[in-house]
Design a protein around this ligand. Structure first.
Ligand code: C5J
Length: 217
């Protein structure tokens, strides 16, 4: 079985029972001039994940292993957006540079060109921060016999963390890749990763993508 050098210790996984999850690599969060930047964030903090993720996805596809992509966003009438979320994110549904912000079907809601899903790779649309809430993700993974997740995407302390916590409570082993997850806030990136591997791996393991690529080749 492949083993990856990780924190807090080696992560061993059955390759055919492991899925790569790519969280919310959407234009709204990553493109210069988009929603994320309009909130005063430096998108370069997220964009540094694109290159390692491209290499990882290519290797993962090459090994014939499953990949699942997610997108955060809402129905055009925002009926699936809780008023509390809208109150704290009043730009959701408003017209932005790349269409209505975080609304399904808009240009900005879709995944960046560099990481476009391949035919047959599921894209899970989620209204929340966690990828399991109000989605079929658990069913998709269960049907495929998946028991471990390699988790990547943005943002580390929000949708990545929420998804990893949800996955833990559902019995999945999670490996989070430090170079393939990004936060607008460098301090959250650092602490967010520390929190995952703390206390003997309270939420899972943390490693770097080259170690995973080497393990599956
Ligand atoms: C946020 C996300 N940060 N994908 N979404 O609102 O992490």
């Amino acid at each position: 079985m492949p083993t990856v050098d990780a924190q807090p210790g080696p992560f061993t996984f059955q390759a055919d029972e492991t899925a790569l999850v790519v969280i919310d690599m959407q234009r709204d969060f990553l493109l210069p001039g988009g929603f994320g930047e309009s909130l005063g964030n430096d998108v370069a903090e997220l964009r540094r994940t694109i290159e390692p993720l491209t290499a990882l996805i290519s290797a993962w596809r090459g090994a014939g292993l499953p990949i699942i992509h997610t997108r955060e966003g809402h129905l055009p009438d925002l009926s699936d957006c809780p008023p509390a979320k809208l109150k704290r994110g009043p730009m959701i549904g408003q017209q932005g540079t790349f269409g209505r912000i975080l609304v399904r079907g808009e240009y900005g809601h879709d995944i960046i060109d560099e990481l476009k899903p391949a035919d047959g790779e599921p894209v899970v649309d989620k209204p929340g921060k966690g990828a399991f809430y109000a989605t079929d993700l658990h069913k998709i993974l269960d049907n495929d016999g998946i028991k471990s997740l390699v988790v990547t995407g943005v943002t580390t302390e929000v949708c990545v963390h929420t998804t990893v916590r949800e996955a833990n409570d559902r019995g999945y082993e999670c490996l989070v890749l430090a170079d393939c997850v990004g936060s607008y806030f460098p301090e959250f990136q650092q602490v967010g990763l520390k929190m995952i591997a703390a206390q003997g791996g309270i939420f899972g393991w943390v490693a770097e993508s080259p170690a995973v690529i080497a393990a599956i080749q």
